[in-house]
Write a protein that binds this ligand. Sequence first.
Ligand SMILES: Nc1ncnc2c1ncn2[C@@H]1O[C@H](COP(=O)(O)OS(=O)(=O)O)[C@@H](OP(=O)(O)O)[C@H]1O
Length: 420
Amino acid sequence: MAFWSSTTIFTSKVPRKILFMFTLSLSVTYLFYSLVSCYTSLQFSAQENYVYQGRPVTEETTFMTLRGKLYSTSLQGEFIERTGTEQPTVFSTNPENVKIEGRTAEWVRTDTAPTNTIAMVHTAVMDQQHQGFSTTDSVFRTTMNSTPEYGEKKLPQAIIIGVKKGGTRALLEALRVHPDVRAVGNEPHFFDRNYEKGLDWYRDLMPSTLDGQLTMEKTPSYFVTSHAPKRIYSMAKDIKLIIVVRNPVTRAISDYTQTLSKKPEIPTFEVLAFKNRTLGLVDASWSALRIGIYALHLESWMQYFPLSQMHFVSGESLILDPAGEMAKVQDFLGLKRIVTDKHFYFNKTKGFPCLKKPEDSSAPRCLGKSKGRIHPRIDPDVIHRLHKFYKPFNMMFYQMTGQNFQWESEEINDSQSSQD
Ligand SMILES: Nc1ncnc2c1ncn2[C@@H]1O[C@H](COP(=O)(O)OS(=O)(=O)O)[C@@H](OP(=O)(O)O)[C@H]1O
């Protein structure tokens, strides 16, 4: 009764207009806050959803979110072709001075530390413009997807040490699809060119990893660097070493093709391959040929590491059956077989296997122009002589590794096809 009477007094005392204004302002305030909170939650979910192997990932578990964040750049296949950081190719016909270590552009993923992102994006834009690519939203997405790195930087537990032009980039990029592998995109060249910079410098180049993830790098010149085995051993005795090998004759031609692309004025392959062609004296000190004497280089690695710590990948099989080679590599690294045939397709235009692109991305997932170059035609007689030159070294290599890479049967095929 008291309540009823006080309400009646209130309504009768306050003018109806004021009451109406008060109710209206309350409603407007309520509506405003509802809209603001709705917008914030929409924004949050747009930022927190990313794609993991083609599927959108939401915040189902914290761990998946963290890992997804860590991989948000890489799993969207943001590959940006940029010029390697290596020193430019120096060519000399004096075998002692021959240094064909230069490298051309290659695919480098942009999952860098945030501090490097702006520089990388800038480089990406410049490079894409330079190559006539459109400065697409892939660069934009790279910026958007640059998330802080989680975990800690570690020294690598596995290194692809060689061989130059063996297919090392293709292997590393396929491995980087694996959620338990994190690798530095550029070649650090720590054990051959930057050793004096120290282990802290080297570690700092590595991407951050979470527990259970492998840190990796690839520098193909390590395999032929005499002091690399000792240096790597002193860093980590139990490190795993991967060597991608390829028919040494084709490898030499590939190496030469790379140099030719930068220095078109160099002598022909046929000239460089011999000290005296009439006498059939092969110039084994020419680095393009010397690198292919695998048995010789392997010997120095075997002084420090048991074979069980080395894995040899056939460069030929990596092209013909990438998933098969990846299965063996994942086993060797103690990884779950996650990278399988589902991840590859044969790209007819490229003429090589490429990584399948995630559903939502238009980013290319083939390697760049510097991988899979067209080789110049080499005199079949020179090819035959080189096969003969390499044969004993290949045999020794097969014996040392316990693997037959069948490069001799390739020569039979080559000569058959050149007769056709
Ligand atoms: N999937 C795929 N796509 C393109 N290219 C592929 C692939 N798999 C292996 N290869 C072969 O890799 C060769 C280059 O080897 P590397 O990456 O080790 O070269 S480098 O030493 O890093 O410069 C390169 O040599 P060239 O063909 O002579 O250019 C390729 O034959």
